[in-house]
Design a protein around this ligand. Structure first.
Ligand code: SF4
Length: 291
């Protein structure tokens, strides 16, 4: 049976450019080891990943009663950035390294001041856990990467927290995506099965601030989230099947901005003139459907 996967990252890429999604995930799942080193990531994304790794490491240490000095924070952020570039075999010169560090340290300092983190530092809550976003759960046949970063017990409820190093504008699906944390948590031993036992919080950097959104899930919002996952996973599988037959018909991006820093731009008809490439693709589809 074909495997279905879901994560917010995959969903975002699929929405922005189905062809890019296919070349990154749809094609890669079979040849992951062989191809992964070839995929370029933007320096910005590598910096965001480094921030996330450092954040979770630091929170783990908070939980274990260990404090980091500001020098250690700087060192860990810097090392995480360097390691991400090395892993991807991408060049990192001194100027880029310095400027990425400045961005990362500024955001990190601001995040550390937010009330959710401060309450953990002040030992306001006795029971809380840090989860790894790469830890998947199996939900209705989907391998779902939608773990919260934190689960904090507050009286008889659990607060599930997700940190988005680069937050996005709130959309109609933001709440449903947040509800996916409940789908994941309900599968975990020790966390409640009832949707009403959770409160959701997303903390994302947007327009120079850490923006906080809180949601109260219920059975219907969690069911709607499940439908979103199922719908996305099936649409991805369908695209994968079609693109494996003929990549020419894999839909291109909706917006030329998605092509910036795309690893596949060199061989993609949409990279220079997306509008023109989309017209050509429609003409090809039309010609193909007549045969
Ligand atoms: S270059 Fe643009 S259209 Fe082509 S795969 Fe990348 S994002 Fe999609």
């Amino acid at each position: 049976m074909d495997k279905l996967y879901w994560s917010r990252t995959r969903r975002k890429m699929f929405t922005q450019c189905p062809r890019k999604w296919y070349l990154t995930y749809g094609n890669l799942d079979q040849n992951k080891k062989k191809n992964s080193h070839r995929l370029r990531e933007s320096p910005w994304n590598l910096m965001l990943r480094a921030m996330k790794t450092t954040l979770l490491d630091r929170l783990e240490d908070v939980r274990d009663g260990k404090q980091w000095s500001s020098q250690l924070v700087h060192y860990q952020l810097d090392q995480a950035i360097v390691q991400n570039f090395e892993r991807r075999n991408q060049p990192l010169d001194a100027t880029l390294r310095k400027s990425l560090n400045l961005y990362a340290q500024h955001r990190f300092t601001c995040l550390w001041r937010c009330s959710t983190v401060q309450q953990l530092l002040n030992h306001t809550y006795k029971q809380w856990y840090v989860f790894d976003r790469t830890d998947a759960e199996h939900i209705e046949g989907i391998t779902a990467y939608c773990a919260p970063d934190l689960a904090i017990r507050i009286q008889n409820k659990w607060l599930l927290v997700r940190f988005d190093m680069q937050g996005e504008r709130k959309t109609g699906s933001s709440e449903l995506e947040a509800n996916a944390m409940v789908l994941w948590s309900r599968q975990r031993q020790g966390l409640p099965d009832s949707s009403q036992k959770y409160v959701l919080r997303t903390i994302g950097w947007r327009r120079g601030f850490w923006e906080v959104h809180t949601y109260k899930p219920n059975l219907s919002s969690v069911m709607a989230s499940l439908q979103l996952l199922l719908h996305d996973a099936k649409a991805m599988l369908e695209l994968q099947r079609r693109s494996m037959k003929n990549l020419v018909f894999a839909p291109l991006a909706n917006d030329q901005r998605a092509c910036g820093n795309c690893s596949f731009a060199a061989k993609c008809p949409g990279s220079n003139n997306l509008k023109e490439a989309r017209v050509q693709q429609r003409l090809l589809e039309l010609a193909h459907s007549r045969h």
